[in-house]
Design a protein around this ligand. Structure first.
Ligand code: HEC
Length: 178
């Protein structure tokens, strides 16, 4: 019997709640609810399970400070001193390659959960034709995480919350955060 759209939605919600209940059950203060979160920039929404731990964890100040240095030395030449990205970053150039996008709220970095972003930074983008090369062997994983923490420190609270939910979604649902 084929399942109708609404039936699937209900099933997904029920399954989500179950997974969330399992994940958050160990916390004494856990409260679990399925919620829809809407991206401030483009209205895209993700259904996510908010628990008591629903807010993004605060960024580590020392990591952010280190990340500012790493960013300036290794990322700024493409992504811009102010994380503004390169000109016409939405359009591929004559070689079919995309310019570096901004890492601010104006870009799309925030649309991906941490596992995707950390993999992008470690190994480059999983695309055949890209200028984003990875930093494996060039930067320690701590410095790679620091660069990401610095990038996050520039985001609005709404963007931070959305990206945190993408991170949770990735862990709960196994990698749909790309
Ligand atoms: C040589 C230029 C260059 C350098 C240096 C560089 N990037 Fe990139 N980066 C790019 C380009 C170009 C893209 C987009 C590539 C594409 O779409 O094919 C990109 C994309 C990304 C993305 C994916 C964004 C998204 O929305 O999917 C992340 C994350 C990223 N870069 C992080 C970094 C970090 C952190 C550093 C420094 C440690 C860095 N990049 C250094 C050129 C660069």
């Amino acid at each position: 019997m084929p399942l109708s759209g609404p039936t699937i939605s209900v099933l997904v919600l029920a399954l989500s709640s179950l997974i969330a209940a399992t994940v958050f059950a160990s916390s004494a203060t856990a409260r679990v609810a399925a919620a829809t979160v809407t991206a401030p920039q483009n209205g895209a929404s993700v259904i996510l399970l908010a628990g008591a731990g629903g807010n993004p964890p605060p960024l580590d100040a020392a990591l952010v400070a280190r990340g500012a240095t790493v960013y300036a030395e290794h990322c700024a030449r493409c992504h811009g001193e102010k994380l503004e990205g390169q000109a016409n970053w939405r359009r591929a150039n004559a070689q079919g390659r995309y310019p570096a996008p901004p890492h601010t709220d104006a870009g799309h970095t925030w649309q991906h959960g941490d596992p995707v972003l950390l993999a992008d930074i470690m190994d480059g983008l999983p695309l055949p034709n890209t200028d984003m090369q990875g930093f494996r062997g060039k930067l320690s994983s701590n410095d790679q995480a620091a660069a990401l923490a610095f990038i996050k420190s520039t985001w609005s609270p709404e963007t931070r919350e959305y990206q945190w939910r993408m991170t949770l979604t990735h862990h709960l649902w196994g990698g749909t955060g790309h």
